[in-house]
Design a protein around this ligand. Structure first.
Ligand code: ATP
Length: 233
């Protein structure tokens, strides 16, 4: 069943157009990977879906309801949470305070401090530690936990593996099946194509603001993906 849909989605930064008419469907319970080279428009797409970059036209719907014109805080309240690239934790707050910031929208659901600590037991010992004193991997866990604390139905993840050692990336990715078991759908922007495609159901490859390849995550060979990724005809 279609949960989130964008039709002919366009977005710009001033005169610079970053997205040229993206069509996107996210089905209930699905994990969709968005891949593409630097500057392809992946972050811009997540920002447009989350309301932090104005989408042109009123062309995004959640369960059929238009949301493209809503401000970001209303979109979070409707159940779409974003984990931004670079994590953006509150540096003066400890881990628990950062997590609690995610709960401000007051949406009911399965996620609480207890369930986030169950998902990421490593964080328990750092509850009262300033978030910025944690390792990169632990900070990423806090960022995911903070987004879950808003009890989202859709999680938008921007480059969760960025700057992390492979063993830590695997630890972070191990959380996704459990997050999905709780009914959360996921759109994942990733540079680590192998990791993304091994976890996702479907993939979409962007190049210069357009969708150049999409389908089942395991449907394409490496060469086909590389050509789409680098915009080779
Ligand atoms: P990366 O992997 O480097 O994060 P991306 O695929 O996420 O790349 P975007 O960050 O969405 O790409 O950027 C798409 C295009 O929009 C790029 O050409 C980028 O330079 C431009 N862009 C992004 N943010 C801004 C901004 N705040 N102002 C102007 N142009 C921007």
């Amino acid at each position: 069943m279609t949960q989130l849909q964008a039709c002919d989605l366009k977005a710009s930064y001033g005169d610079f157009q970053a997205l040229y008419g993206i069509d996107l469907v996210l089905n209930q319970g699905e994990m969709l990977a968005i891949i593409g080279a630097n500057g392809a428009g992946k972050t811009s797409l997540l920002r447009a879906l989350s309301g932090t970059l104005p989408a042109q036209g009123r062309d995004i719907t959640l369960h059929g309801r238009p949301i493209g014109h809503l401000p970001a805080h209303e979109i979070v309240a409707l159940g779409i949470a974003m984990i931004p690239e670079g994590r953006r934790l509150f540096p003066s707050l400890d881990v628990e305070e950062n997590l609690l910031m995610g709960a401000y929208v007051g949406r009911p659901g399965p996620w609480s401090l207890r369930s986030v600590y169950r998902l990421f037991p490593d964080l328990m010992a750092f509850r009262k530690t300033p978030a910025t004193q944690l390792s990169g991997g632990q900070q990423q866990m806090v960022a995911i936990g903070r987004a879950l604390m808003s009890n989202p139905e859709i999680l938008l993840c921007d480059e969760v593996s960025l700057g992390l050692a492979p063993v830590i990336v695997r630890r972070v990715y191990q959380a996704f099946p459990e997050i999905r078991r709780q009914g959360v759908s996921i759109i994942l922007v990733e540079q680590d194509i192998r990791q993304a495609l091994s976890s996702a159901d479907r993939m979409m490859c962007l190049c210069e603001g357009r969708v150049v390849l999409q389908g089942k995550a395991q449907a394409f060979g490496q060469e086909e993906i590389s050509r789409a990724y680098f915009g080779v005809d």
